[in-house]
Design a protein around this ligand. Structure first.
Ligand code: ZN
Length: 553
């Protein structure tokens, strides 16, 4: 997702649930909310015993009544024996029937969670299939992508223009699933979408086939994803689409780039989407091969700003450069590229290839992707402009709450995961001070954690190990506190005395400074150190690439 994330988006939607708990006292309601947040955000025993293999989601949408109905076939392997599992589906949608081996199973609803009980215990190692049927009128998204649900919009010509969005709130706002980041279907997913016959439905992966249902005057589009996919990246986009495509030679061979846009916007799109192969080129250079060759790369026009849907990057930036025509860095550099194509495509590496297990670690998605914007600039323009951009974005940092959120509650941290996180990575690049090594770390992350779900600890440890520098305190400082390190210094003749304040215990960081204009490397800690220059110190400046404050005493 792009910035403007608002905390309420990431909280849980309980409106319908709460109305059913009015008879409870305040404490009971709070208890229920806490329990719902825990069920949603933690790996409960009823989730832990089974491993997702595949989903086949079939859904039919009726724009007139703004309703949908369908089914999800869930393939799983039992990691250990179990007889009760948790499936999530948010109100007001309802699961109507659950079947296993042609027998109906019993289930019980608790808020947004369904407890499904098997007739017999599933033994360890067994593969099974569950058929879940559901339907109703889903939550309508009021401000996509920042509020989740289905957007039932019209395009400029009056045609239906429909899209789903669900980051934060979760995929279970529109389809039944195991709604937690830690487990992705290893063998991918099939998405079959039925819509009125005048419309086209675009989802993730590749279009396998289209069926016409003459009697019902509908069409069914079957989309196939062969690689693991995170729940919130599954999406439906429905409209009066036309398709054009190209093939490029990428790091791993031929890559299909597919574009789905509204018929009347085709010309504008063809012009603006020349950015797409450039993005792939820059990010393959920095991060390694595009992670989903099998499923292709797509840009899909939608009635909202955009989103990193896997192999189906959605686009609504008005076919112009910048972020809705603005430069987020205030330096002018942001107008040199289409923010949505660059940012949301960057997520194919950080977010979709490497995915967070817990929403508290969302910086893994957003900090690297924010940082990717300046790498794109560096690749196609100049290093100076790239630095101007990332440094210019510091004005957007709020330092309100830590970047890392609350674990096991589906609760991500501060929106500072964007600009502050990007600047933390830019700072780390300059701590490492070896661009070849830095690039190999970025590429190494993508190959080591290829198609995996990860924790912040894994990412932090990997960067420390590969750089040979213990960066644990740097991560702690920037990710887990709201304080920016302050370098306090004083000069006396040739002598400079310096230390960090506003830092975590044991903080230490190499920095580059210019003493009388001469580049000098110092390692500052939380206690005083001194440096003696060749001449009387007339100027002392920190390299602007380090995101720290300075103060002369
Ligand atoms: Zn994003």
């Amino acid at each position: 997702m792009s910035y403007k994330i608002i905390c309420s988006v990431l909280a849980f939607s309980f409106s319908a649930f709460l109305s059913s708990t009015n008879s409870f006292g305040q404490n009971d309601t709070e208890k229920q909310l806490r329990r719902q947040a825990t069920l949603r955000g933690s790996i409960t025993p009823e989730r832990a015993w089974w491993d997702l293999k595949h989903y086949h989601l079939s859904v039919s949408l009726d724009p007139k009544s703004k309703s949908l109905n369908g089914s999800n076939v869930v393939d799983f392997t039992a990691i250990k024996a179990g007889d009760k599992l948790q499936i999530d589906l948010q109100e007001p949608l309802e699961i109507t029937k659950v079947s296993h081996e042609n027998r109906e199973l019993e289930f019980k609803r608790e808020g947004n969670v369904y407890w499904i009980t098997f007739a017999n215990e599933i033994p360890k190692g067994a593969n099974h299939q569950l058929l879940i049927e559901y339907g109703g009128t889903p939550v309508e998204s009021k401000n996509p992508p920042w509020s989740g649900g289905v957007s039932w919009k019209k395009d400029d010509k009056g045609n239906d223009f429909i899209a789903t969005a669900c980051q934060g709130i979760g995929a279970s706002i529109w389809w039944p699933c195991k709604d937690h980041g830690y487990d992705e279907p290893d063998d991918g997913m099939k998405i079959s979408v039925t819509v009125p016959e005048n419309l086209t439905a675009v989802s993730n992966g590749r279009l396998e086939k289209t069926e016409s249902n003459a009697d019902a005057k509908t069409k069914t589009f079957h989309w196939v994803v062969t690689q693991p996919i995170n729940n919130y990246c599954v999406n439906l986009n429905i409209g009066n689409y036309v398709n054009f495509s190209e093939k490029i030679q990428g790091e791993a061979g031929e890559l299909d780039l597919d574009y789905w846009v509204l018929k009347h916007d085709r010309e504008k799109a063809a012009k603006q989407f020349v950015e797409a192969p450039r993005v792939i080129k820059a990010f393959e250079y920095w991060f390694g091969k595009y992670p989903f060759y099998e499923d292709s790369y797509k840009l899909v026009q939608v009635p909202y700003l955009g989103m990193e849907h896997q192999s189906s990057v959605t686009y609504g930036n008005g076919f112009k450069n910048g972020y809705r025509g603005r430069d987020l860095s205030g330096t002018g550099v942001g107008m040199k590229f289409d923010f949505i194509i660059v940012h949301e495509s960057g997520h194919e590496w950080f977010g979709n290839n490497i995915s967070m297990k817990d929403a508290a670690d969302m910086w893994i998605h957003e900090s690297f992707t924010n940082y990717s914007e300046n790498l794109f600039v560096e690749y196609f323009f100049t290093q100076k402009e790239a630095e101007d951009y990332v440094i210019g974005c510091r004005k957007n940092v709020r330092n309100d709450t830590p970047i890392i959120g609350t674990y096991n509650q589906n609760k991500s941290g501060s929106g500072d995961m964007y600009y502050k996180g990007g600047n933390m990575l830019h700072t780390i690049r300059h701590i490492i001070d070896n661009d070849i090594k830095w690039r190999s770390i970025l590429r190494g992350l993508n190959s080591t954690f290829y198609h995996k779900t990860v924790t912040t600890q894994q990412i932090e440890d990997y960067i420390s190990q590969q750089s040979g520098i213990d960066l644990s305190k740097v991560f702690e400082q920037y990710l887990r506190t709201t304080n920016i390190p302050k370098l306090v210094f004083s000069t006396d003749g040739k002598k400079v005395t310096y230390k960090f304040e506003n830092v975590v215990d044991g903080f230490s960081m190499p920095i580059k400074v210019f003493v009388n204009g001469e580049l000098t490397l110092l390692t500052a800690t939380d206690s005083n150190k001194t440096f003696v220059a060749g001449n009387d110190v007339k100027s002392f400046d920190v390299d602007r690439n380090f995101y720290i404050d300075t103060m002369k005493e």
